[in-house]
Design a protein around this ligand. Structure first.
Ligand SMILES: NC(=O)c1ccc[n+]([C@@H]2O[C@H](COP(=O)([O-])OP(=O)(O)OC[C@H]3O[C@@H](n4cnc5c(N)ncnc54)[C@H](OP(=O)(O)O)[C@@H]3O)[C@@H](O)[C@H]2O)c1
Length: 297
């Protein structure tokens, strides 16, 4: 009888359900990684970290024996060796505020396609209203173009739209003076569904652990309510015991930050979605809970 010849599986063409994580040195990505490992949501051997700065990857990766590889979105060859052997790639959007990052994201998507990787999970943002696809805001344009590219790529995709970080509210408040009274000057009082960064990390980790459930879906992770800057001003007044004088210029022409306030006036940041609370199994925090340290539980 003829002996069956064993052909070694071509590298990168295995069926192992390994997920590549990018962006793990950053604010959100580090929280996702930590949540996955601390809660044991995915086995460390099923993770590959691709980083343009491997020495900055959080220590918890090494402690758990996660494989770390060098991968730079600007260098497709490095992505090829970083993504090899994975079934899915989680692309944390590059922090560039312009549209240069679209090419970086395309590099990652096309590298995955070349390697036969089936699924792309793209981390987008909760600007652009209900769908994220209609936006006047500069920083949303790179997400919008990447999402369009991914949706027409023919690859399996999951888009996770990340809520605006509650911990990063200050640039939105137009703080001119921090004395007493404080002076905040902004074009209008647009509302945002502020989202707790730690909870975003946890929510993403839970999605990644069960990602096949969400194939070809766009998921929206937000806090429980949209809160205007005027409400934040009241919370800060109580918290610091100082007055906030808040002025609305009504002038979008001098917006100065990629038409963000014009977009917020159009309601681009105010969409609330229950998914994060459902994933967490508890009420999600809004900016009120984050700033006052209280809990809605
Ligand atoms: N939802 C929000 O409120 C909000 C707020 C701010 C930003 N964002 C957006 O969400 C994304 C992540 O935010 P973040 O706060 O975690 O940002 P961050 O702390 O600046 O982290 C950015 C990540 O980008 C990765 N990166 C940088 N250059 C890279 C390259 N050449 N190739 C591959 N990866 C590269 C880095 O990973 P490595 O070092 O491992 O390569 C880093 O971990 C960004 O696109 C950011 O614009 C969202």
């Amino acid at each position: 009888m003829e002996k069956e010849i064993e052909t070694p599986l071509k590298k990168g063409a295995t069926n192992a359900p390994r997920i590549v994580l990018t962006g793990t040195t950053g604010r959100l990505g580090s929280r996702i990684l930590t949540s996955i490992l601390e809660k044991k949501l995915i086995s460390p051997s099923d993770l590959i970290i691709s980083s343009s700065n491997p020495k900055n990857v959080p220590g918890i990766a090494k402690e758990n024996g996660v494989e770390v590889r060098y991968g730079d979105f600007a260098n497709p060859r490095s992505l090829h060796s970083a993504f090899e052997g994975a079934s899915a790639v989680f692309i944390m959007s590059h922090p560039d505020a312009g549209i240069q990052r679209v090419q970086f994201h395309k590099n990652a998507i096309e590298t995955a396609r070349t390697l036969g990787i089936k699924t792309i999970i793209y981390s987008s943002m909760m600007l652009g209203g209900e769908t994220g696809m209609e936006s006047v805001i500069g920083i949303q344009q790179g997400h919008l173009q990447t999402m369009k590219y991914l949706l027409s790529s023919g690859l399996e995709h999951i888009i996770i739209r990340q809520g605006i970080y509650a911990q990063a509210w200050t640039p939105y408040a137009g703080i001119r003076s921090t004395g007493d009274p404080m002076e905040w000057v902004i074009p209008n009082d647009g509302a945002i569904a502020w989202t707790d960064l730690d909870e975003l990390g946890e929510g993403n980790a839970l999605i990644l652990a069960d990602y096949r459930k969400y194939i070809n879906q766009t998921l929206r992770l937000t806090g429980p309510r949209a809160t205007a800057i005027s409400t934040i001003a009241q919370i800060i007044e109580r918290k610091l015991g100082r007055k906030v004088n808040l002025y609305f210029t009504g002038n979008h022409a001098r917006d100065g930050w990629g038409r963000i306030y014009e977009g917020l006036a159009n309601g681009e940041g105010k969409v609330v979605d229950p998914l994060l609370a459902q994933l967490l199994g508890r009420p999600a925090k809004g900016i009120e809970e984050v700033l006052t340290g209280s809990s809605t539980e």
